[in-house]
Ligand binder design. Structure first.
Ligand code: GDP
Length: 473
């Protein structure tokens, strides 16, 4: 229908003059703001205004984002046992202290900073993926980048593959450090080739996978590693607002006989200050004291800072997120609510999550993207390959089969954590999970099934993919 200019202006919440200006720009002629516009013209104006508003909103959002300062990347070090994770952390820690010349007073607060001319990097002070995945499992994303250490004297080993699977599942970017390059037996080409076998093409071979030669013993290449971390962080454009309400993740917590509950936490957003109230899971606290990795007392801690704090009422769990709350009333109310919710859900039996592959499949079928995440364990590399080949054929348009990890040997507790994080299942062929692994799987509601005959395993998958399998209770 036709509409008068002043009516349209009102509808678009703008002044008559503003609208007249837009009409001028569009080349529309009129006598006054009382003139009528054709329906098409009115529609064109509305579209234009709509586009302008959307563009304006996007510009403002981008501006707001750009005004938020950068934050340091948070890095976790993973890799096979004895490949040099602890040595690398030690080297980084030492180089940091040497710079400060203040002398070696350090305190374990779960993470430490390394300052370089190119920027600061925060390292999680616990090597290995178990700690990392425990934290992840509770939903917090901690590490932006995973440095996976591979001894160049040995190449890729079983836990290297596990580390890759864990890092990928968490969405962290990966950098490989070919370690022990100071030893005569070191061969970086072996590391390259092993990675190629996993479908990871190193930069040296024309791919985009960073592999840096280092020695955690002599420190050779460590500066380059730090530089690569910072470059990668720059591409990720990591930002955090120091003015926001403080938020982050609990890295560790313990009870000290004298001091009480000591919690190490990493601030991810905002600034935490003495006197602030925070909640973490079902615990709350009033920050009474804070200290950093140098043992310095702190009155505040901004994004990227790891500090040890005093003031939690009870022991929070590693991996819980903490958030700022305005006061004790809010702190108590929120934690009480959480406790009640948990109790109610326990009473309803919600915690008994997917127990069988069929349950998992039914869940996948409810989702838009039907995806089954699997961890495969088998007695030999040959069986693994056979299983994977058949699996590849079983996947259909509708159902994607994602193999997070395919490894020789019995399933481990770390597999259970990985499966639990990724809402996946563990299939074991001709290997027996230990009692403790079975128990962990049960506790976490991770489906774990063992097979002795390859066709039973395949049959199971086939039925699941086709959705023919009746749920088993
Ligand atoms: P982790 O199990 O991955 O934490 O490995 P460690 O850091 O404990 O290292 C295992 C062994 O390798 C130790 O004896 C280290 O001294 C040694 N090591 C680690 N990195 C290097 C290195 O770059 N060069 C040499 N020569 N030895 C190393």
């Amino acid at each position: 229908a036709k509409i008068r200019i002043y009516q349209l202006a009102k509808e678009l919440e703008m002044s008559n003059d503003e609208l007249l200006k837009i009409l001028d720009d569009m080349g529309v002629t009129y006598k006054s703001h009382a003139s009528t516009l054709e329906e098409d013209t009115a529609l064109a104006v509305k579209e234009l205004i709509g586009e302008q508003k959307v563009a304006e909103a996007a510009r403002k959002a981008e501006e707001a984002r750009k005004s938020i300062p950068h934050r340091p990347p948070v890095v976790v070090i993973m890799g096979h046992v004895d490949h040099g994770k602890t040595s690398l952390l030690d080297y980084l820690r030492k180089s940091r202290i040497a710079e400060k010349e203040a002398g070696g007073i350090t305190q374990h607060v779960g993470a430490f900073e390394v300052k370089t001319p190119g920027g600061t990097v925060v390292f999680i002070d616990t090597p290995g993926h178990e700690a990392f995945t425990t934290i992840r499992q509770r939903g917090a994303k901690v590490a932006d980048i995973a440095v996976i250490v591979i001894a160049a004297t040995e190449g890729v080993m079983p836990q290297t593959k596990e580390a890759i699977a864990h890092a990928k599942a968490s969405g962290a970017k990966i950098i490989f450090a070919a370690n022990k390059m100071d030893l005569p037996g070191a061969d970086i080409n072996k590391v390259y080739q092993d990675l190629m076998q996993l479908g990871l093409v190193p930069v040296a071979y024309g791919g985009d996978v960073e592999v840096l030669p280092i020695s955690a013993k002599t420190g050779q290449g460590v500066a380059d590693l730090l530089e690569t971390i910072l470059l990668m962080a720059e591409l990720e454009d990591l930002r955090a607002d120091p003015k926001a309400e403080a938020q982050g993740v609990i890295l560790e917590a313990r009870v000290d006989k004298q001091a009480g509950v000591l919690a190490s936490l990493l601030v991810q957003q905002g600034t935490l200050r003495i006197g602030d109230y925070v909640v973490a899971g079902e615990c709350w606290g009033k920050i009474k004291a804070m200290s950093d990795a140098e043992g310095n007392r702190r009155t505040e801690a901004g994004p990227g800072s790891a500090v040890q704090v005093l003031g939690f009422s009870e022991l929070p769990s590693a991996g819980d997120t903490f958030t700022w709350v305005p006061d004790q009333v809010a702190a108590k109310e929120i934690t009480e609510e959480r406790i009640e919710e948990r109790k109610a859900s326990e009473a309803r039996g919600d915690l008994q999550r997917a127990r069988s592959l069929a349950d998992l499949m039914r869940k996948a079928q409810q989702d838009e993207q039907k995806e089954i995440n699997l961890i495969l364990r088998a007695d030999t590399q040959g069986s693994l390959e056979a299983i994977q080949n058949i699996l590849a054929k079983e996947a259909t348009e509708e159902v994607k089969i994602n193999v997070l990890l395919a490894a020789v040997g019995a399933p481990t507790e770390s597999d259970v954590l990985l499966a639990s994080t990724a809402h996946g299942a563990i299939l074991a062929f001709s290997v027996n999970p230990s009692g403790s692994v079975k128990k962990a799987a049960e506790q976490k509601g991770v489906p774990l099934q063992s097979f002795r005959i390859i066709y039973e395993l395949i049959d199971e998958i086939r039925k699941m993919v086709k959705g023919q399998r009746e749920p088993v209770y």
